[in-house]
Structure formats: C-alpha cells, structure tokens
Design a protein around this ligand. Structure first.
Ligand code: ATP
Length: 446
C-alpha cells in the first residue's frame, strides 16, 4: 500500500476556563494521541501569545499550533477525535469557553499569515476568521460562539520566524487541581543559578520571588522559560514540588519577544484594546493617585492622551514619576477604552526615555551688599533686601538648572508585572531565529 503523507498545521484555542483546564494541557493530550497514530513532528508545539489586551482572555491569551506530517488517511479522523475529546474536556457551564480548532493542510496562505500578524496587536472580529475559513475551505470545529477560531487561526499563521523562546510546562493530574502545588522556592533559586544566562523570567532578582508557579486552579504545576529546549528540560529536573508531575511538554513560543509591540501609531490613530508603541513628549508632570496609580499626559503632533502605570508595576512607577514636561519618550502600551471618568488611556507596559529636557528652578536674586536672598518689592517693582534695605528695580529671578536623575534608556516593570510577551531586560540583545534544525529526542511525556 502506498502511504501518502500530508503536512498538517493544527491550531487550537480557548479550551479552558478559570476553574480548570487549559489549552496547552489539552494540546499535550492531543500530542500523545497523534504520536500513537504516527505523526512525524516538524516542530515543537507552538505556544503563540496574542494581543494581551483582549478583554475576553482568561489569562495570557495563548493559542497552540501543532505541526506534523501524517498519513493522509488519518487527517479526517484527527478532527473527529479532537471534537469529541473537547466536548468532554471543557466546562460547559462556563459561558466564556468557546473552543476553536482548525486544520490547514500543506502551505499556509498569506491570508492566514496576515491575520496572525494582526492578532498580535489588534482586536479582530470572529467574522474575519470565518471568512478566511470559507475562502480557503479550512477544516474546523468550534463550540459556543466559536471565538477560539481567532486564536486557532493565528497560531497556525505565526510560525515564530523572527525570534522565539521555549517553555517547559509541567502538569499535575486533573484530580489534584484543588490542592497547593508546593513548588520549593529554594530549588528554583538554585536551578536559576545553575542555568544562568540560558533561562529567563523564572525568578525576580529584585524581590527574590519565584515566577514559575501559577496561582489559578489550572493543571499547570510549573513553567520554565528559556532560550533552548534542552535547557528547559534539564532545568526542570532540579525543580522540587509537593505535587507530582503527571505529564510535561516543551513549547516553542513567542514569549519574551515583544512581538505584540511592532507597531507605532500616532495618538489620533489609537483605538481600544490595541497593543502599540507611541512616541511623544510628556505634557504634564506625573502624579500618584490614591491607590498608587501614576498618571501623566503624553502628546504628539496629532493629540494628547492620558497614560497610567498601575500599582502592581511597583518601582517602575518611581521611574515614571521622574519624568518632566517636555521629555521625549516612547511608551509601550495597551490601549484601555474610555470609561465614565477617563478618556482613552495608555496602560504603560514599558518606557523608553529618548531625551530628558533641561529643567530649571527660579529663585530670587541675592543682595549684592549683604549676600542674603532678596524679596519681591511688589509687582514689577523688582526686589528689595529685607536685611540691609538695598533695592533693585530691574533685577529678575535667577534660573538655575536642576540636575535630572532620570537617564536615557529602556525601563520595564518588575518581572512579576510583565506580560508573557514582554521582552525582558535579560533578552534585550538576544534573538533566536527560525525553526530549529532538529528537535531534542524527548520533548514530551508521556
Ligand atoms: P489560557 O492562557 O488559559 O489559554 P487565554 O488567556 O488564552 O487562556 P482564552 O480563554 O483562550 O484566554 O480566550 C481568549 C479568546 O480571545 C480566544 O477565544 C481567542 O480566540 C480570542 N482572541 C485572541 N486574540 C484575539 C484578537 N487579537 N482579537 C480577537 N479575539 C482574540
């Protein structure tokens, strides 16, 4: 019998809910199944993070694509297996779970690639995804309003060509979800030291807090981020937890790449929910509001907009407070829609200081006779010395430059407040381009 192999790109999203379940965990079940029916993997599962400002995301707006070659007689069966399994997996009572699964055979069209590029920073309508599905007659399955098709299509179209990182995700058994994970912080600290320079964002060096253990009731036990698949797998051996690892899988991902921030817009073109960078000048000195949020106004040739750095961004707000009117900056942000009390607002995710303006303080002149600071002699009457009585009708206030402690540079909130997509300082100069030539032998269990 002649076996004809087909190349399959299978995208999925929204197979989760806040009370359990998770798209990546479901992907690991699917990888196990596909391996048993002869899938030849051409890439690690891709964990593609999309626009982090989308309001209906559960957590980090992640979708997953699997890429493999398989006997063409199997492809129809795959969608059937997935659709049956999903129905048993999701929480049907939760209205915000709208799974979508798509299969693309062979080449990925430009329509899909462009859609994926836009999903990184814009809010896209489901109808646009459906139009592409119809035009290219793509096999798909969805539940509820089908919103998961947006992420599913985007994960297929984003082949992580410009930069990528890896995440090792360890899962606990679904019956153990209500209990504490018990990841041992000391084991993470030691692991981080051991793999210094090859892992990132697993430990906050400032607070000492470990960042590998999620909080919610999802199946993830811990996740390790790094630059190479082999590193994250080896590093995982050193992490201790009170719960057992039920299964694990390595993902190639756009986490830590700033891929959502490749578009710069003028203020007048900003729209709700987009991820964007905006260049402009500080128009009002930042102030801290009750509750700890710091706000200021940014302006460019097209208009002005309010910017806000929130309380969880910690010491990053201290940097924002050093900004002064006229400073030239680039803001990395998500656009918050206007509300009753606020107009459109830039939620600040990062700051690049381009130029700091010279600031001056004005002081009264000093008396030439007795060296004391003079007082105003009245409106347009110059100054007089309260000590010796000297008067000077034409003297003016003296401008003295104030030294600025804010330096030109790139500033981010602490690691714990960064988005999955944010390029952390540890990766500023690092790029991992293209799909790896070969995959490590064991990248998922079982
Ligand atoms: P988890 O991290 O557990 O996978 P999540 O944060 O990824 O959860 P989802 O429950 O998957 O959140 O919900 C995100 C929803 O938003 C999905 O239905 C996805 O298809 C959709 N979505 C993603 N990006 C966009 C976008 N740019 N425009 C419109 N909808 C989007």
């Amino acid at each position: 019998m002649i076996v004809v192999e087909e190349r399959i790109h299978l995208g999925m999203d929204d197979i989760d809910s806040p009370r359990g379940g998770c798209t990546t965990h479901f992907a690991s079940l699917l990888v196990e199944y596909l391996s048993t029916i002869g899938a030849k993997w051409i890439d690690y599962p891709n964990l593609v993070r999309l626009n982090p400002n989308i309001p209906y995301r559960t957590r980090g707006n992640g979708a997953v694509a699997l890429r493999f070659d398989i006997d063409s007689s199997e492809s129809e069966g795959i969608l059937k297996w997935v659709s049956e399994k999903i129905v048993g997996y999701i929480e049907k009572s939760y209205p915000n779970t709208n799974p979508g699964v798509i299969i693309v055979k062979g080449e990925i069209s430009n329509d899909v690639t462009n859609f994926a590029r836009r999903a990184l920073w814009r809010a896209l309508p489901i109808e646009l995804a459906r139009r592409i599905l119809r035009k290219h007659e793509l096999m798909h399955f969805c539940v509820g309003n089908g919103r998961g098709l947006i992420g599913a299509l985007s994960s297929i179209g984003n082949q992580l060509r410009n930069d990528h990182t890896y995440e090792f995700l360890a899962y606990r058994g679904l019956d153990a979800i209500g209990e504490t994970r018990g990841v041992n912080p000391q084991s993470v600290i030691e692991m981080d030291k051991m793999f210094s320079g090859r892992l990132f964002s697993n430990l906050d060096p400032v607070s000492g807090r470990i960042l590998v253990e999620p909080r919610g009731p999802d199946p993830v036990l811990f996740g390790l981020r790094g630059e190479a698949a082999g590193d994250v797998i080896r590093a995982a051996d050193h992490v201790q937890s009170s719960q057992d690892i039920d299964r694990w899988m390595v993902f190639r991902t756009n986490q830590g790449t700033n891929e959502h921030l490749e578009n710069r817009l003028q203020i007048s073109r900003l729209r709700p929910y987009i991820a964007v960078t905006v260049e402009g000048r500080v128009e009002s000195q930042p102030t801290m509001l009750e509750g700890g949020h710091v706000v200021f106004k940014l302006g460019d040739d097209s208009g002005t907009i309010e910017c806000a750095a929130y309380e969880p961004s910690g010491d990053f707000r201290k940097t924002i407070l050093l900004l002064r009117q006229g400073d030239s900056i680039v803001i990395l942000a998500g656009v918050r829609p206007s509300s009753k009390n606020h107009g459109l607002t830039l939620n600040v995710e990062g700051l690049q200081v381009r130029e700091v303006t010279e600031q001056v303080e004005y002081a009264n002149p000093v008396c030439p006779r007795c060296d004391r600071r003079m007082k105003s002699a009245g409106k347009q009457k110059g100054f007089k010395c309260a000590n010796c009585g000297h008067r000077d009708a034409v003297a003016e206030k003296i401008a003295t430059p104030v030294s600025r402690s804010l330096k030109i540079g790139y500033y981010l909130p602490p690691l714990s407040a960064q988005r999955h997509l944010t390029r952390p300082l540890a990766r500023i100069k690092r790029r991992n381009r293209g799909r790896p030539d070969h995959m490590v032998e064991e990248w998922h269990i079982p």
